[in-house]
Design a protein around this ligand. Structure first.
Ligand code: SF4
Length: 446
């Protein structure tokens, strides 16, 4: 929650000495609240005032980093309850459970399979982010060895899951340089596991009923832990969703520092893989920053990753592709020319259908500021004049093909006659839905 000028003013020396270049402390406070100056410009602020302002201006949900390489996962720092208010910034890390009971070769094989669980969607790569190693064996040395093997087989950050302090210490020691997340602190284990995390400067997960979390985070802090992720334990999906919402409200609306940490859901405790995926999707929307699942089949992961991608897209900036001439296959001078908008979802749907037709084609992508066909047409961002201009642009599509035929989306069939007149091109009306494009292209005379 942003500090007001008055909040800031209370912590300034109030001498109006002007050394900061501003006539009064109140004026300085106003500029600081508006982020026009930095606190360091006042040389007279006390350490106490500085600490108060720095901690009060800290984000309501602490940013936590897991991992130490380019695959590191950053979660937290969210500022709104609802995506449409601004945007959600750090998408949840999705982790797959791996048991340390697996024979070594199977464990390594499973971790390598998890590494490969990423997909291309609307021009982006979406994939799994974490390997969650669970100490099912109950054996400390086996857990430590499994951690080492998993780390060697993957660049993904690791989560170490055990409530046994000996096993946690042994495994954390082996891979501490990769900054794993330690998952095993409860009210019963905090005294033994928190000091391990504090000593190695590692983030932890604290698991407890929501009412107990503030006391446990305070205690963890006293034990030297700085970075925490909270897992509220609740009975049933309804109560769990309520608890996640209560915590997010407490973070953002009340600025309640004791729970100002990212949240984790372990959806892997169901025997039903459909239910597991559904639960994971629910908490992607509200408000998990780390989601643990056991299933890693494509039919489970792809929908979940798609939900995450959609929710964590900035609603004010639609995903766009670059306007211009896109080639599908190896088109030549006789290839069809289709025109569409630069809204990613529209483009990639069209591109997928053209690819499926196996007919090399050109797609002329118009700059509609990332809006779909009907929206851009209604907003006059997909007009006859604009399309005609691009069709006849020097060095453009007209130089690549020897025919003068363009296929427009069926949704804007209304522009056919005018476009023909304005551009001099023959205008073919394509299907209203992209699903008809493959059949349409195949029906064109050779
Ligand atoms: Fe006030 Fe500090 Fe500016 Fe002096 S330098 S006027 S004490 S804010």
């Amino acid at each position: 929650m942003a500090l007001t000028a008055l909040d800031i003013f209370k912590n300034l020396p109030k001498t109006n000495c002007k050394d900061c270049g501003v006539p009064t402390c109140l004026a300085f406070a106003m500029q600081l609240a508006a982020k026009k100056v930095e606190l360091s410009k006042c040389p007279h602020i006390t350490e106490q005032g500085k600490a108060a302002l720095e901690s009060a201006s800290a984000p309501p949900v602490r940013l936590i980093t897991i991992g130490d390489n380019e695959k590191k996962v950053e979660v937290g720092n969210e500022t709104v309850l609802f995506r449409h208010e601004e945007t959600f910034y750090h998408e949840p890390g999705i982790g797959i459970l791996v048991s340390d009971s697996l024979p070594e070769s199977e464990l390594v094989e499973k971790v390598r399979t998890i590494n490969g669980k990423h997909y291309e969607r609307v021009g982006f790569t979406i994939g799994v982010n974490l390997v969650v190693l669970k100490n099912d064996s109950g054996d400390a040395s086996r857990f430590a060895s499994a951690a080492e093997k998993a780390q060697g087989a993957s660049q993904l950050p690791l989560v170490l899951m055990t409530e046994h302090p000996g096993a946690m210490k042994a495994a954390a020691e082996k891979i501490k340089n990769r900054k794993p997340l330690l998952y095993g602190i409860t009210s019963a284990t905090i005294d033994s596991i928190a000091p391990i995390a504090a000593e190695m400067c590692l983030p932890v997960v604290i698991t407890a009923p929501v009412e107990e979390l503030p006391a446990l985070t305070q205690k963890a802090r006293q034990l030297g832990v700085v970075d925490m992720v909270l897992e509220p334990k609740s009975e049933g999906l309804t109560h769990q969703l309520e608890d996640f919402t209560r915590l997010r409200r407490a973070q953002l609306k009340k600025n309640f520092r004791e729970v100002g940490f990212p949240l984790l859901v372990n959806a892997a405790d169901s025997d039903d893989p459909h239910l597991e995926t559904n639960r994971a999707a629910c908490f992607t929307a509200k408000y998990a920053s780390i989601i643990i699942i056991s299933g890693y089949e494509d039919w489970q992961l792809l929908p979940l990753l798609t939900v995450r991608q959609n929710i964590y897209t900035d609603p004010q900036k639609p995903i766009q592709v670059k306007p211009g001439i896109w080639e599908v296959g190896k088109p030549g001078p006789d290839s069809p020319v289709l025109v569409t908008t630069n809204f990613s979802l529209t483009y990639y749907t069209v591109e997928g259908e053209v690819t499926a037709s196996r007919i090399p084609s050109y797609i002329l992508v118009m700059d509609t500021e990332g809006t779909s066909v009907l929206t851009s047409w209604a907003a006059e961002k997909f007009t006859v004049e604009m399309i005609a201009g691009k069709l006849n642009e020097s060095g453009g599509i007209g130089d690549k093909v020897k025919h003068r035929k363009v296929i427009i989306p069926g949704l804007v069939a209304v522009m056919t006659a005018k476009l023909r007149e304005e551009s001099g091109w023959d205008v073919l009306v394509g299907p209203r839905e992209a699903t008809g494009i493959t059949k349409f292209l195949k029906s064109l005379p050779a």
